[in-house]
Design a protein around this ligand. Structure first.
Ligand code: AR6
Length: 171
């Protein structure tokens, strides 16, 4: 399984994969962080398609095309805001990864890249988030043959180290 999961550092908007995942908010109408970067790189047609989706609940995922991105599709997921860990945050974050992969598989995507959902503006602790991400992706890949490989696209060294640690423990 470890050979189907990989850590990369850098800007997810540059990756020529079948699908990149966006860490969006419930409106799906754009924002800062990776969401802002994806909308800037994809161009205005992405926002136009997002407007037709009617938002997205936390823990869920919805797909659009990639427009000007090198990625064919964008899977928009809404991570939980961190409220201390007793408000269902772990399960909601796991659901983001699982539901995003289900959407990607339904579109026939073989390569999927994730940012570290919820670990920016939404303040989810990076180590805890990385452990959930790696564990959930590993479990999904074990039961799915459409998605071949998943890239954890980390922005900054702290995120890289959190995912390396999680891979060593779980992967
Ligand atoms: N490529 C890869 N990762 C990135 C990039 C990039 N270009 N830019 C930032 N990151 P965040 P959240 C990392 O805040 O915590 C938005 O306004 C970043 O360093 O983007 O889920 C939405 O509209 C961090 O590790 O998402 C929502 O309102 C990770 O991506 C809200 O923020 C996630 O940080 C969602 O907050």
């Amino acid at each position: 399984m470890a050979d189907r999961m990989e850590i990369a550092e850098g800007d997810i908007t540059k990756l020529a994969v079948d699908a990149i995942v966006n860490a969006a908010n419930e409106s799906l109408l754009g924002g800062g962080g990776v969401d802002g970067a994806i909308h800037r790189a994809a161009g205005p047609d992405l926002l136009a398609e997002c407007r037709t989706l009617g938002g997205c609940p936390t823990g869920e995922a919805k797909a659009t095309k990639g427009y000007r991105l090198p990625a064919k599709h964008v899977i928009h997921t809404v991570g939980p805001v961190w409220h201390g860990g007793a408000a269902g945050e772990d399960d909601l974050l796991a659901s983001c990864y699982r539901r995003s992969l289900e959407e990607a598989a339904a579109l026939g995507c073989r390569t999927v890249a994730f940012p570290a959902v919820s670990t920016g503006v939404y303040r989810f602790p990076p180590d805890r988030a990385a452990a959930i991400a790696v564990r959930t992706v590993k479990a999904f890949l074990a039961g799915n043959e459409t998605v071949d490989s998943v890239i954890f696209c980390c922005f900054g060294q702290e995120s890289v180290e959190a995912h390396q640690k999680a891979m060593a423990e779980v992967g």
